[in-house]
Design a protein around this ligand. Structure first.
Ligand code: ADP
Ligand code: MG
Length: 697
């Protein structure tokens, strides 16, 4: 830690600021402001220009401005005289101040002849322009304007902490910063990037000169803003790199070299050959497994790119090497499907696969747990129950986590702790179907090595997609009937905004019975989150076998379900879902030889944003392209799921807007870690602080 920074008091709790007691500190905590440095880094989200007074006669509707005028007339209006109207004039024009609630004292102050200074937004009124509840004060007529040398910042605030208070606190905190906030970036670097020094940037952002480019400031593209964004991205990136370092140093994993017997057998037994991309990724995985340094690898691959078989081959390698492998999936349904896949692939090779779920009957579960502890099973598949509960492994050498975007980094940390003694820990393989651009991935997942399966298996036909309004539902149902009559299989996905399993299940049940009535020749199946796992499995098995022609489902089928003969998908109310989720859903079709189609059955009117999302889906089936567009439309927060909202709370940076800074962020991170680890530590402390401490437990 840098002494100067610590000495300057930036680490002190906010109570070190004048006027901050326990109660205010509690409120500030709601804004994420814990120490003085947090206050320094609390950024305005917009600015007001109070540096010049505007003549009332020149005010435009919608303009926010500082004005001064003499009170002409003050009167009450409305039923019960609850409204106060005050007409003021400055010789160039007049304007009405409107107060919907007021104390008698206000009325007494606004007597005719008083001079009042106001800041507010001018809106059209009946006779003159109006300002509703402006900030105002009575001034002496000859009193000169207050000397405001800068634009007025407006900060994110919270109940009980108003702008005036915040501005005062920032001003105080900035005095600490002036004393000793260290600029950790070399001047040469910032100059090359066209960015100002740290303190200059901070001063500018909290008090921009009157002629500043407010639009760029508010957009976040101003160099002062980018200076901080760069540093923040660097701080976050460094913290993940440090997590990764901590997870590796002093830890050893079993060397999984295997003898190749089982993996070769599986490769021969599979009805397909690996794609070049799969081969490459498998090689990367195998290289890691053959070392004693723990593997921490992320496999990124679009829906249907064939990640599962890579996981199976890695698991077999663990078994070949006398170790166990655990496979964890985020949902019961997906875990079950993995279980079936692994069982079908591995059991013929004599490898026993176990299933552990939170919903399993206690006795069956106890039995499996005992066997896992004895090492009877080579591979164990399950949901997160696998790691939350008292599961003891005999020799756990590899952990595979599917669909990582549903887990937070903390869950991943907890999982790593599982099954390892003080010095040994399993290798870790994480798989995600959320393709994100490489630079973003390398920053957001800097604690993992990255492998990308950037190729789909051959013979896939792209899914053609149409969007139709709900009013054409009957037509769609007829289309489904016709397709099923020709031996095609279809999904009908019901979506509900409610997170409630029960409501979702109800909606799906209703839809299923309506469809069964409308299409009597077709066997309609139903699957949702409230079904017992065994029942779900039965339905899915019957669908896979072709006994069920039309499967009505909630979004539980979003991830991983694989029935190649299904070639038609209807998604109800797609406007409620995000692009990534829609892409996942649609990925359930287009897995076989038949040409597949997807109907987005939306409920008009669409918002601009939904219209844009549906258009993206119609235009492309490329997951990376969709992710890129998604990023533009929504920002990375939702794309990265919990990581973003939980651990990745950015104060200044925006991964899309500031995305072009990322390559330089990585270069600087490399440099700092090797040459100036103390500076790296200071940057992490400055920007990640508590979250980092949390991540370390
Ligand atoms: P995802 O990457 O979405 O998890 P899966 O692993 O479920 O994809 O694979 C989708 C389907 O493609 C499965 O039926 C799988 O057996 C099949 N598959 C995987 N690799 C290949 C390949 N190289 N050639 C043909 N089919 C493949
Ligand atoms: Mg999968």
């Amino acid at each position: 830690m840098n002494d100067r920074e610590r000495d300057s008091g930036l680490d002190q709790p906010v109570t070190a600021l004048r006027g901050v007691g326990g109660r205010l500190a509690g409120r500030l905590a709601r804004l994420g402001l814990h120490c003085v440095r947090d206050v320094v880094l609390h950024m305005p989200y917009r600015y007001e220009d109070r540096t010049r007074r505007v003549a009332i006669g020149s005010l435009q509707p919608g303009q926010s401005a500082l004005i001064r005028g003499t009170v002409q007339l003050t009167e009450t209006a409305g039923r019960g005289n609850t409204r106060l109207l005050c007409r003021i004039s400055d010789g160039t024009g007049s304007l009405t101040l409107v107060f919907f609630r007021f104390y008698p004292a206000l009325r007494a102050r606004l007597v005719a002849g008083a001079v009042v200074e106001c800041y507010g937004e001018a809106r059209p009124g009946t006779v003159t322009l109006q300002m509703a509840h402006p900030e105002h004060r009575i001034v002496r007529d000859e009193e000169p304007d207050r000397d405001r040398g800068s634009l007025t910042p407006v900060y994110p605030a919270t109940e009980g902490v108003n702008q005036t208070k915040l501005r005062g606190l920032v001003e105080q905190a900035m005095r600490f910063a002036e004393q000793g906030m260290v600029d950790h970036l070399p001047a040469g670097l910032t100059a090359r990037l066209g960015l100002p020094p740290l303190l200059e940037a901070l001063r500018f952002l909290h008090a921009p000169p009157p002629d500043s480019d407010v639009a760029r400031l508010q957009e976040g593209t101003h160099p002062a803003r980018r200076r901080l964004a760069f540093e923040e991205l660097l701080g976050h990136h460094l913290s993940l790199r440090r997590l990764r370092h901590a997870a590796r140093t002093g830890r050893r994993s079993p060397i999984l070299r295997g003898n190749g017997r089982l993996t070769t057998q599986l490769l021969e037994y599979l009805p397909f050959r690996l794609t070049a991309a799969q081969e490459r990724v498998l090689e990367e995985v195998n290289r890691d497994l053959g070392r004693s340094e723990p593997m921490l690898r992320l496999i990124q691959g679009d829906v249907g790119s064939g990640k599962t078989v890579i996981a199976a081959l890695a698991a077999l390698r663990a078994v070949e090497s006398g170790q166990q492998a655990a496979v964890m999936a985020p949902t019961e349904l997906l875990a079950e499907q993995h279980y079936r896949n692994f069982r079908d692939w591995l059991q013929p090779l004599g490898v026993s696969v176990a299933w552990i779920s939170g919903k399993q009957p206690a006795r069956a579960r106890r039995e499996v747990l005992a066997q896992v502890a004895e090492g009877t099973h080579g591979v164990v598949v399950g949901t997160h129950a696998l790691f939350q509960e008292q599961v003891v492994f005999h020799r756990l050498g590899l952990v595979v986590v599917d669909e990582q975007h549903r887990f937070g980094v903390h869950q991943r940390m907890a999982l790593k702790e599982k099954g390892h003694t003080a010095s040994a820990q399993p290798h870790q393989l994480v798989m995600t179907a959320t393709p994100i651009p490489r630079t973003l991935a390398m920053t957001a997942y800097a604690d993992l090595d990255l492998s990308v399966i950037d190729e789909l298996p051959p013979g896939r036909t792209p899914v053609s997609t149409v969007a139709l309004p709900n009013s054409r539902r009957a037509e769609v149902v007829r289309g489904v009937a016709k397709a099923c009559a020709r031996g095609r299989q279809a999904y009908w996905v019901c979506t509900l905004v409610e997170e409630s399993d029960m409501l979702q299940a109800q909606a799906a049940e209703e839809t299923a019975s309506l469809l069964a009535e409308a299409i009597p020749d077709v066997c309609v199946g139903l699957v949702h989150g409230r079904l017992r796992p065994a029942d779900k499995e039965t339905v899915m098995a019957r669908f896979a076998a072709g006994d069920i022609g039309l499967l009505v489902a909630t979004t539980v089928i979003e991830v991983g379900v694989n029935v190649p003969n299904a070639s038609l998908m209807i998604i109800e109310n797609p406007e409620r879902l995000g692009l990534a989720q829609l892409h996942q859903l649609r990925g359930r079709v287009g897995r076989g030889e038949t040409e597949s189609s997807c109907v987005l059955l939306f409920k008009p009117p669409l918002t601009e944003a939904s219209r844009a999302r549906l258009a993206v889906l119609r235009e492309t089936t490329d997951g990376f392209e969709i992710a890129r567009r998604d990023l533009e439309l929504r920002g990375p927060g939702e794309l990265l799921g919990t990581r973003q909202t939980g651990d990745w709370h950015f104060r200044v940076a925006d991964l899309v807007r500031d995305g072009e800074l990322l390559p330089e962020v990585q270069r600087q991170a490399d440099r700092l870690l090797s040459e100036q680890p103390d500076v790296a530590a200071a940057l992490i402390e400055r920007w990640v602080g508590d979250a980092q401490r949390y991540g370390r437990v």
